[in-house]
Design a binder for this molecule. Structure first.
Ligand SMILES: *[C@@H]1O[C@H](CO)[C@@H](O)[C@H](O)[C@H]1NC(C)=O
Ligand SMILES: *[C@@H]1O[C@H](CO)[C@@H](O)[C@H](O)[C@H]1NC(C)=O
Ligand SMILES: *[C@@H]1O[C@H](CO)[C@@H](O)[C@H](O)[C@H]1NC(C)=O
Ligand SMILES: *[C@@H]1O[C@H](CO)[C@@H](O)[C@H](O)[C@H]1NC(C)=O
Length: 250
């Protein structure tokens, strides 16, 4: 159990021109650390891959922390950050899933804002000298948040990858916990739209049940008060009621 991470660690020391090293945390987060030990990238999500050839509907789990992690942190706010995980299967087949992040100036509520985005997902499979490459579209923005925030999502997200050489797509399915901070550690988070909308509608539903409860309570109080007032201002009926009250219980 201990030997495997140790081997990965030593392998990481051996390659690359930067002094960045990869890490795996709690068997669910992968990331990169700088020479001084500071985390410069941290990525948490569960991934499944669905090869849609022949209408296949059985996804395969791609457990990122089990692979060999390679990556590159952004040298500055405007450069790319990359992280990948390569899993070698028993038959020698190599499967790599790579995530490419970049930043872009965007106009949000009339203010220019620098945001980071996951804009490329690449899946490569190598076997017996040949390889297949599937990529997300160049224009896709899968996750995005202001540069100073991490992206957090409690909902599932699908991304479709295409290949020039194969006529079927593959689907990369992200599922929670999703927590992505490719440009250094963040103090606050950006909740994905889907989760935001869902929690908002849930809280509205909750509020509306509370509201209904309040309306019911008020109307029943009004009913009681109305009843009392009626009894008070209609002496004739009051008498009747009181007589009714005085009827012996049979
Ligand atoms: C990490 O999680 C994977 C998938 O959930 C599991 O197969 C593996 O045994 C775990 N590894 C460790 C070291 O706990
Ligand atoms: C896949 O599904 C489509 C539509 O459901 C069908 O037309 C097609 O024949 C199927 N292909 C295979 C290989 O089963
Ligand atoms: C996507 O971008 C890459 C490199 O920037 C380019 O080689 C490729 O042709 C582009 N693909 C599409 C579909 O535009
Ligand atoms: C993702 O794709 C799978 C397989 O087609 C589907 O069952 C699931 O509903 C999709 N999820 C989302 C969030 O689109």
């Amino acid at each position: 159990m201990l030997l495997f991470p140790l081997i990965l660690f030593i392998m990481n020391l051996g390659y690359g021109d930067t002094a960045e090293t990869s890490f795996v945390f709690e068997n669910q987060t992968i990331g990169m650390k700088k020479e001084d030990g500071e985390t410069c990238m941290s990525v948490t999500f569960q991934v499944e891959i669905l090869n849609q050839q022949n209408n296949n509907s059985v996804p395969i789990d791609f457990h990122l922390p089990s692979g060999l992690i390679k990556g590159k942190c952004a040298a500055d706010r405007k450069s790319e950050a990359v992280i990948s995980s390569t899993i070698e299967e028993a038959d020698g087949r190599l499967k790599t899933l790579k995530f490419v992040f970049r930043t872009e100036e965007m106009r949000v509520k009339r203010v220019d804002e620098l945001r980071w985005q996951l804009n490329k997902v690449v899946y490569v499979e190598k076997f017996a000298g040949s390889s297949a490459v599937f990529e997300s579209d160049n224009s896709s923005v899968i996750f995005s948040a202001p540069l100073t925030q991490k992206y957090v999502c409690e909902d599932r997200i699908n991304v479709t990858l295409h290949s020039e050489n194969f006529d079927f797509p593959i689907l990369v399915m992200f599922s929670p916990e999703i927590d992505v901070q490719p440009y250094g550690p963040k103090s606050n988070f950006y909740l994905c739209e889907r989760t935001r909308k869902r929690t908002l509608s849930e809280s509205l539903q909750h509020r509306s049940t509370v509201f209904c409860g309040v309306v019911l309570a008020i109307s029943s109080i009004a009913h009681i008060v109305g009843h009392m007032l009626r009894r008070h201002f209609m002496p004739h009926r009051k008498e009747l009621y009181e007589n009714l009250d005085r009827l012996p219980a049979i």
